[in-house]
Design a protein around this ligand. Structure first.
Ligand code: 13P
Ligand code: ZN
Length: 286
């Protein structure tokens, strides 16, 4: 069933669990994600990001992501992740995406507010939801990346949400995109303060490579949506390498390996984001 972010994140915030966003660039990844969500009987957020469009164009992805979401036995959001240009966000809405992120986090504060507010009004008029970002989540492979420089300020977050009308807010609390060189240190206190300051669900980007305990604590402190790409991307590539090493030679031989690897990694994350499974696994009382 195709739904928007509010449909899955408002219950997640109330129930103190996380819903995963998994980006895909092709049909194999999308199949792995949807199969994982259905097998876990869990809502899921299908995504693709503007920087990934060279690998899987938005329109082509929409041809299968949206029908797959509609057909699914679980609630599925089809979300544009890190929309960087107004035209890309508008195109996603036109194609039927149920949600967008308009990422103006590298712009000045007032420009971020103005642009996101304008896009929020458009998205809402289409029945879609919108995520904004305040502070900035950088890339792990960027030498100059220092996450502490761009942490989200709680009071600014309140003003941003009030003025833009976003449905969810991506916050910078120590994570980065891509494969970490050193384990990141998350500012859990900041997550808690922001969660107590604003009412909309909070989003943690750069989820790949975090420790299980990081997810557990981040969700407990107020994160409702966790974004994942690198871990499923790498799982797919490792599975293909394994298949080639096992003597498989054709593209059709690699497809089931790819789908299965993405499915397995997605299921692992879905289980982690559900706090009660987590608690049992770690022997922690709720
Ligand atoms: P990773 O690739 O580090 O998991 O980050 C995903 C993300 O934040 C997508 O928006
Ligand atoms: Zn991100």
């Amino acid at each position: 069933m195709l739904v928007n972010l509010n449909d899955v994140l408002i219950p997640a915030k109330k129930g103190k669990y996380g819903v995963g966003l998994f980006n895909s660039v092709n049909l194999e990844m999308a199949r792995g994600i949807i199969e994982a969500a259905e097998e876990e009987n869990s809502p899921v957020i299908f995504g693709t990001a503007e920087v990934l469009l060279p690998y899987g164009p938005l329109e082509e992805l929409s041809y299968f992501l949206i029908p797959m979401a509609k057909k699914a036995a679980v609630p599925v959001v089809v979300h544009l992740d890190h929309g960087l240009r107004k035209e890309t966000c508008l195109r996603a809405l036109e194609l039927g995406f149920s949600s967008i992120m308009y990422d103006c986090s590298t712009e000045g504060y007032e420009d971020n507010v103005r642009k996101v507010k304008e896009m929020a009004d458009i998205a809402h008029s289409c029945g879609a939801t919108i995520e904004g970002e305040l502070g900035h989540v950088g890339n792990a492979d960027d030498e100059s990346n220092d996450p502490t420089q761009f942490y989200t300020d709680p009071e600014m977050a309140r003003d941003f949400v009030d003025r833009t009308g976003v449905d969810a807010l991506a916050i910078a609390v120590g994570t980065s995109h891509g494969a970490y060189k050193l384990p990141p240190k998350l500012d859990f206190e900041r997550i808690e303060t922001i969660a107590n300051t604003i009412s909309v669900p909070l989003v943690l980007h750069g989820g790949s490579g975090l420790a299980d305990s990081d997810f557990r604590m981040a969700i407990q402190k107020g994160i409702s949506k966790v974004n994942i790409f690198t871990d499923i991307n790498m799982a797919a590539a490792s599975a293909q390498k394994e298949a080639l090493e096992a003597g498989k030679t054709g593209l059709t031989d690699l497809i089931p390996y790819t789908v299965e690897a993405v499915k397995k990694e997605t299921m692992k994350k879905i289980k982690l984001f559900r706090q009660e499974r987590f608690s049992t696994a770690l022997g922690v009382e709720e």
